[in-house]
Design a protein around this ligand. Structure first.
Ligand code: FCB
Length: 458
C-alpha cells in the first residue's frame, strides 16, 4: 500500500446543485424554474417525481453543513437558485432568497469551508423561458444582472465564482435532444443557446470582476474523452466528431476565441447551419468569451468509445465486460481522468484546474445493521483520485477535487433512482445516513493523500 499525497492547500469538497437538493419550491417568494415546469409535465421524469421537496436542504442546511464539517472538508461547491433570488428572472430581488445563501455562506465559513457557488446549474427562471429563454440574447443581459445582484450581496465573503455548469447539457440535452428542460429538439436553436451561454459567462465574469476585484472567476464543463473503437479512419473520425461537438465546441471559444472549424463543418453537413458563418455571433463576442479564466472546472465521469455504425452513422459503443459500469451505464474509467487533465493542460493551458464533479451512481441498500457498504463507490473514488494525483505529479495545475455528491438527490430526468450520494436520504423522513464512502472520503481528506489499495487489516 502506498500513500499518494496531494499538495498543501488542495481544495477538498463535495458538489451539489440547488434544484437537486433544496426543495422548498414555493417558499419565501421563490419563482418557478424551467425544471419545476418540466417535472410537472407527465412523462418527463423517469419515476414520476419532482424536486418540490428534494432533500429539503432549504430547511436542513445546518445539518448538511455539519455533515461536511464532520468529513473534514475545506470547500463546498453548490449552486445558487436564480429564481429564488429573482423570481421573475430580472427586476425585483427577493431578499428572503438572498438571505438563505447569506446564512449558508456564513455557516460554511464558520465551519472552515470555502464556498464555491455556481450561478447557473440549469434552473432558469420559468419567467425568462416564457420570453425565449437561452435562445434569446436578452437572457445574456439578464444573467449578467443576476450575477451583479449575487456578487454585490455575497462577494464580500465568496472568492471563487463559477458562472455556468456544463453548458453542453443545457444546449444539447435541453434544446437538441430534449431529455432536459426545457425539452426542445431543435439543433439550430441549441447552437444559438450554446453561444448565448458562453457570452453570458463572459458578461457575468466581467461583472463579477468589476464588483469583486479579487474574485477567482471560472466555468465548469463536462469533459469526456472520445476514443475510436478501432484504428480505422471512419472510427477515428467518429471520435473526432464527438470531441468536436462535446468538448471543443466550448473549450475552443473560451481559450482560443474561435469555434472549431471541423465541428462547424460537421454542423453544416448535418444541416444545422446554413454555412460556416455562425449567424448568432456578433462582433466582439468571441474576444469577450476568450478573456482568461481564473480556473477551469471539469466534471469527469467516464469516456466514450465511438465508431462508424453499420449505416455509417457515428455512434457510441456501449461498454461491455470486462469494463465495469455504474447504474448510469457509464464505464468506470479512472485513467480517462488522467488523460483528460493532461490533454486540457497541454491544449488549453488553463491557469488552474479543479475537478468540480466526479462520482458514481450505485444503489446499495442498508444492510441488516443499517450500514450502507458502498465498496464500489469507494473503489471508483479511489481510482479517480489516484489518476488525479498522477496528473498533478505530471505537472497539471490541479488545485481541488469535489466528489459528486453530498446526498442522494433529484437526479434530473432520472428522478431519485440514480444514487450518487456519500449519504443516503430516507425517502420518508429525509434523514441523512452516511454511507461507508463518506467515512472513506473523510479519511482521505484528513490524510491529504490517497492509498492505492485497501489496508490489509481492513
Ligand atoms: C452532472 C451534473 C450534476 C449531476 C451529475 C451526475 O452532469 O452537473 O448535476 O447530475 O452529472
Amino acid at each position: 500500500m502506498t500513500r499518494h499525497r496531494f499538495p498543501e492547500g488542495f481544495l477538498w469538497g463535495v458538489a451539489t446543485s440547488a434544484q437537486q437538493i433544496e426543495g422548498a419550491r414555493r417558499e419565501d417568494g421563490r419563482g418557478d424554474s424551467i425544471w419545476d415546469r418540466f417535472a410537472d409535465t407527465p412523462g418527463k421524469i423517469a419515476d414520476g417525481s419532482d424536486s418540490g421537496v428534494a432533500c429539503d436542504h432549504y430547511h436542513r442546511w445546518r445539518e448538511d453543513v455539519e455533515l461536511m464539517k464532520r468529513m473534514g472538508l475545506n470547500a463546498y461547491r453548490f449552486s445558487i437558485s436564480w429564481p429564488r433570488i429573482l423570481p421573475e428572472g430580472r427586476g425585483t430581488v427577493n431578499a428572503a432568497g438572498l438571505g438563505f445563501y447569506d446564512a449558508l455562506i456564513d455557516a460554511l465559513l464558520e465551519a472552515g469551508l470555502e464556498p464555491l457557488p455556481t450561478l447557473y446549474h440549469w434552473d432558469l427562471p420559468q419567467a425568462l423561458q416564457d420570453r425565449g429563454g437561452w435562445a434569446s440574447r436578452d437572457t445574456v443581459d439578464a444573467f449578467a444582472d443576476y450575477a451583479a445582484v449575487a456578487v454585490r450581496h455575497l462577494g464580500d465573503r465568496v472568492r471563487w465564482w463559477t458562472t455556468h455548469n456544463e453548458p453542453w447539457c443545457v444546449a444539447t440535452l435541453g434544446h437538441e435532444e430534449g431529455p432536459h428542460a426545457p425539452g426542445h429538439t431543435d439543433p439550430a436553436e441549441a447552437l444559438r443557446v450554446a453561444h448565448h451561454l458562453l457570452l453570458s459567462h463572459a458578461r457575468a465574469s466581467a461583472m463579477i470582476r468589476r464588483e469583486a476585484p479579487g474574485a477567482e472567476v471560472g466555468l465548469v464543463t463536462n469533459y469526456c474523452p472520445a476514443h475510436p473503437a478501432t484504428d480505422g479512419a471512419a472510427d477515428r473520425d467518429a471520435a473526432r466528431w464527438f470531441d468536436g461537438f462535446f468538448n471543443r465546441w466550448y473549450l475552443d471559444p473560451l481559450f482560443r476565441g474561435e469555434y472549431p472549424a471541423d465541428a462547424v463543418a460537421d454542423r453544416v453537413a448535418a444541416g444545422h447551419l446554413a454555412g460556416p458563418e455562425l449567424p448568432f455571433v456578433q462582433d466582439g463576442d468571441l474576444a469577450a468569451i476568450s478573456q482568461p479564466l481564473s480556473f477551469l472546472g471539469i466534471n469527469y465521469y467516464s469516456r466514450v468509445v465511438m465508431r462508424a455504425g453499420a449505416d455509417g452513422r457515428r455512434e457510441a459503443v456501449p461498454p461491455a465486460p470486462p469494463a465495469a459500469v455504474t447504474d448510469m451505464g457509464w464505464e468506470v474509467r479512472p485513467e480517462g481522468l488522467h488523460e483528460s487533465l493532461l490533454r486540457l493542460a497541454r491544449d488549453y493551458a488553463p491557469r488552474r484546474l479543479l475537478i468540480t464533479e466526479n462520482g458514481a451512481a450505485y444503489d446499495d441498500p442498508p444492510g441488516p445493521d443499517g450500514r450502507i457498504a458502498d465498496a464500489r463507490r469507494i473503489d471508483y473514488l479511489r481510482g479517480h483520485l489516484l489518476a488525479a494525483q498522477r496528473a498533478i505529479a505530471d505537472g497539471v495545475p490541479l488545485q481541488g477535487y469535489f466528489a459528486w455528491t453530498l446526498l442522494d438527490n433529484f437526479e434530473w430526468s432520472f428522478g431519485y433512482r440514480m444514487k450518487f450520494g456519500l449519504h443516503a436520504v430516507d425517502p420518508q423522513t429525509l434523514a441523512r445516513l452516511p454511507k461507508d464512502s463518506a467515512g472513506w472520503y473523510a479519511d482521505t481528506v484528513s490524510a491529504n493523500a490517497v492509498e492505492d489499495s485497501l489496508p490489509s487489516t481492513g
